[in-house]
Design a protein around this ligand. Structure first.
Ligand code: ATP
Ligand code: MG
Length: 590
């Protein structure tokens, strides 16, 4: 498995880029001052002690999901590997959809994943909104240099005049207005003299450029909206494509790693930074943008809009519903940070878009937890097994390793008594072919205890089995000499009815029953899996410590106590995943 992981990390082309940059003198004379650092702030600043700087730039308009985990892993991971620093920067330039609650949830998720934006006593947690004044000044400088103008066309007119992939755009009638006039207008925009959409500030580049993003892109728009951090101080907000390179530069980012859909924006990213450097506002070396493929996963949706719809329409219980691919949901489901990081490593970083099967995430959890998760027995669909040759007050203490490969964890002890709980599917009145478990006349081993001979069962008037009967063979006790002399084909797990702990277990499955629920024109809500959760009243072996994050229940899979939902009356446990990929077996069968 580690071999596979190694392969994935060597295919990480971003490392090749960073290696080459560090060898060349691209980052020569890189200095550092706390953001927002303009050229004048850096003129006398000390050399940057970080070899590289990356950033994870979420917009606080939703919860993070597994795709963001990939971006976090790439950005923080590269910084760690190269003696660099990764900033956590909130790209909060879109006030209507953003909120402090999302900021808090994102901080929590990044920290949970195991990453830190502190470097000694410096915290590299930043907000784009802290740069609004500098950005505004930069925009004014562009206007004065006749590199930006206030356009008073309507949004509709701008769209119509933008041209297409095959035809050039048409210059705006406002394109050649005097810089002083644009500046005055821009000041009025800031002062709130104009309604939303009345005018916008555009970079003055080339309406005939083959790259539509260079056809005088809008860089500031009017939005009379309350911002969760700056309140009503601003009613103009910078556009993402302009704000992003400026934010990167003001923070001294060396490698701005983003997803492929920004590839077409790179010429404008470079135009913005080079122009501001030529105007003497930014100091070189400037950040470079590099794109990698988004992480797409089957059986989930990761678009924030669709996640929000699932939450708002009540298809799930909230952003942290254990069936969602949000980090909050995966965490509650029981996924560990190390399993998610392993998943990111295995799926690698590439230039080509692809879909990762959901089973890769499940396998990462198994591989992460198999070596460490303590073992226990749980019975999910219980039926009573009565050991008829054991007296009601008789108790035989049995032992089992806490972990089969970690003897240092010691043994767990539990009682073998007359009444036990076993899985209903471990008994059949009329055995099917190749059925080796309990049926009248058959012998099986009760795991860590004795071989028993099934003698019959009791049924209710509907024919449903209410009790299974068996006799134990005292000389077959597990772990004693000669215990294995009697060969049996089936092994059955059990817990003593006398000391079993009750638990409510949520058996989660995939939220969608289609691998690509939102592909093409599909309505993703039509493909919700109606059986994505089943809740059972189970019995657990005594002594299960609910503060242990992940348990392997023998034969059943990996389970996590749902701490937030446990009450004094009820222990609530989530199944993270089964021991094997049950979806793969289903597909093979069908
Ligand atoms: P939105 O639709 O709101 O823009 P987003 O998923 O792009 O959603 P951001 O908050 O802008 O959300 O994302 C923060 C960072 O995470 C960006 O750099 C983005 O490229 C990256 N990112 C988002 N989704 C994925 C993904 N599926 N795989 C890899 N990186 C991702
Ligand atoms: Mg985005």
């Amino acid at each position: 498995m580690t071999e596979h992981a190694g392969e994935a990390s060597t295919s990480n082309f971003i490392k090749q880029i960073i290696d080459a940059d560090l060898k060349s003198d691209r980052l020569h004379d890189k200095r550092w001052a706390p953001p927002p650092a303009t050229a004048s702030d850096l003129a006398h600043a000390a050399p940057d002690s970080a070899r590289i700087r990356t950033r994870f730039p979420p917009e606080p308009n939703g919860f993070l999901h597994i795709g963001h985990a990939k971006s976090i892993w790439v950005n923080f991971g590269m910084a760690q590997q190269y003696g660099g620093v990764c900033h956590l920067r909130f790209d909060d330039t879109n006030p209507e959809k953003e909120s402090q609650a999302y900021v808090d949830a994102i901080i929590d998720a990044v920290r949970w994943l195991g990453y830190d934006w502190r470097e000694g006593d410096q915290s590299h947690l930043y907000f784009a909104s802290d740069y609004f004044e500098v950005m505004y000044q930069f925009a004014c400088a562009l206007i004065k240099a006749n590199l930006a103008y206030v356009d008073e066309q309507s949004a509709q007119e701008m769209r119509e005049h933008r041209g297409t992939l095959t035809s050039p755009g048409v210059n705006s009638p406002w394109r050649d207005r005097a810089p002083e006039e644009s500046l005055e207008r821009f000041e009025q925009m800031r002062a709130g003299h104009h309604p939303d959409g009345a005018m916008a500030l555009r970079a003055r580049i080339d309406m005939a450029s083959p790259n539509i993003n260079l056809r005088d892109p809008v860089i500031y728009r009017i939005r009379h909206a309350h911002h969760h951090r700056t309140g009503n101080a601003w009613c103009i907000y910078p556009m993402y494509s302009w704000a992003h390179p400026v934010e990167d530069a003001l923070e001294g980012i060396t490698h701005s790693l983003c997803t492929l859909e920004f590839e077409d924006q790179r010429p404008f990213y470079d135009w913005t930074l080079n122009t501001l450097a030529e105007l003497g506002l930014l100091k070189r070396p400037l950040p470079h943008q590099h794109e990698f493929a988004r992480l797409n996963m089957s059986y989930v949706v990761t678009s924030k809009r669709k996640l929000l719809q699932l939450v708002q329409d009540g298809h799930v219980s909230g952003w942290d519903d254990p069936r969602l691919p949000t980090l909050a949901g995966l965490r509650r489901r029981g996924y560990t940070p190390s399993a998610i990081r392993l998943f990111c490593e295995r799926t690698g970083v590439s230039k080509a878009n692809s879909r990762i099967d959901y089973s890769v995430l499940e396998q990462a959890l198994r591989d992460d937890q198999d070596p460490v998760a303590p073992r226990a027995v749980a019975i999910l669909d219980p039926v009573k097994l009565v050991i008829t040759n054991l007296a009601p007050d008789q108790t035989i203490i049995c032992q089992a390793p806490r972990h089969p490969h970690l003897p240092e964890l010691g043994q767990r002890e539990f009682a073998f008594t007359r009444e036990l709980w076993i899985e209903r599917e471990d008994f059949m009145q009329e055995p099917a072919k190749k059925y080796f478990r309990l049926y009248p006349g058959n012998q099986v081993r009760l795991k860590y205890a004795f071989v028993v001979t099934c003698t019959g069962c009791v049924t209710d008037p509907t024919g449903r089995v209410t009790e299974v009967h068996a006799e134990y063979l005292p000389h077959t006790r597990s772990g004693t000499p000669g215990a294995d002399a009697l060969k049996v084909k089936g092994t059955v797990t059990w817990v003593s009815a006398a000391d079993a702990q009750p638990a409510i277990i949520h058996l989660y499955d995939r939220l969608f029953n289609e691998p690509y629920p939102d592909a093409g024109e599909r309505q993703f809500l039509d493909h919700l899996n109606p059986d994505s959760v089943r809740t059972v009243n189970a019995w657990l072996e005594p002594g299960i410590d609910l503060s242990t994050p992940v348990w392997q229940f023998e034969r059943l899979g990996y389970f996590a106590p749902d701490a937030a939902n446990c009450t004094a009356q009820a222990v609530v446990i989530n199944r993270i995943t089964t021991l094997k990929d049950t979806w793969a077996t289903q597909t093979q069968k069908s």
